[in-house]
Design a protein around this ligand. Structure first.
Ligand code: SAH
Ligand code: DHB
Ligand code: MG
Length: 222
């Protein structure tokens, strides 16, 4: 079993279960033409985010790490009744490609893209003192995951769901002596969720078109 069959099965799942909406392919094409790295969530993963937003009836979604806005669009399409996806991106070119994708997808009215380092944006959002988020998707630089999770907790309420991408990375998360700050950050983020009394959490290993990886899910309880 290798990446070829994982990708073929992802294609089968996508063709069998997912809506045939050209906006998603157009979004990925724009990302590729813009020279952005091919690291957006897969289509089945995008649909998982969509289903979680819908199941929660989420009106306020926070995404840390926009890239071309592919995952943002999956979530924005699940928001009903005047909700917002706030999405944070540090790279001006990524943000520009994403903005065009939001317009093409017809979700630019639903998405609030904040350009700049995510930690700065998170501080600003805290200062604004708006309502808590219903779902937070953490998917930016892995070395900063622990800080992102702590900020996400400050912006949460009991019932908020935290979703964290790329927590397995080919099993690299097992390496307690890693010199890679991204692996260390991911590992620390899982430890933090395990130690944090305000959440119940798990992590699920995945295979698919993005290889062997996984995501963590944490429900804020208090
Ligand atoms: N969620 C996207 C993929 C995000 S890739 C999707 O699945 O479609 C990670 C993104 O995080 C990249 O665009 C990168 O530029 C951005 N990023 C990296 N460091 C960041 C930081 N400090 N603040 C905000 N964004 C950051
Ligand atoms: C990378 C980042 C991601 O968010 C992802 O889902 C896959 C790969 C990366 O930086 O390599
Ligand atoms: Mg990711």
């Amino acid at each position: 079993m290798d990446g070829t069959v994982w990708t073929d099965v992802d294609d089968f799942i996508t063709g069998t279960l997912l809506p045939d909406d050209p906006v998603f392919a157009e979004t990925l094409r724009a990302a590729e033409e813009g020279g952005l790295p091919p690291i957006s969530v897969s289509a089945p993963q995008g649909m998982l985010l969509h289903l979680l937003v819908r199941a929660l009836g989420a009106r306020r979604v926070l995404e840390i790490g926009t890239l071309a806005g592919y995952s943002t669009i999956w979530m924005a399409r699940a928001i009903v009744g005047g909700g917002t996806v706030v999405t944070l991106e540090v790279d001006p070119h990524h943000a520009e490609v994403a903005r065009q994708n939001f317009v093409r997808a017809g979700v630019d009215g639903v998405v609030d893209l904040r350009l700049g380092p995510a930690l700065d944006a998170l501080g600003a959002i805290e200062k604004e003192g708006g309502p808590p988020f219903d779902l937070v998707f953490v998917d930016a630089d892995k070395k900063t995951y622990p800080e992102y999770l702590l900020a996400a907790l400050r912006l949460s309420r009991p019932g908020t769901l935290l979703v964290v991408d790329n927590v397995v990375r080919d099993g690299q998360v097992l390496d307690s002596t890693t010199q890679d700050p991204d692996v260390a950050g991911t590992r620390r983020a899982l430890e933090l969720l395990g130690e944090e009394p305000r959440v119940v959490a798990t992590a699920i290993q995945t295979v698919g078109s993005k290889g062997y990886d996984g995501f963590a899910l944490a429900l804020v309880t208090s």
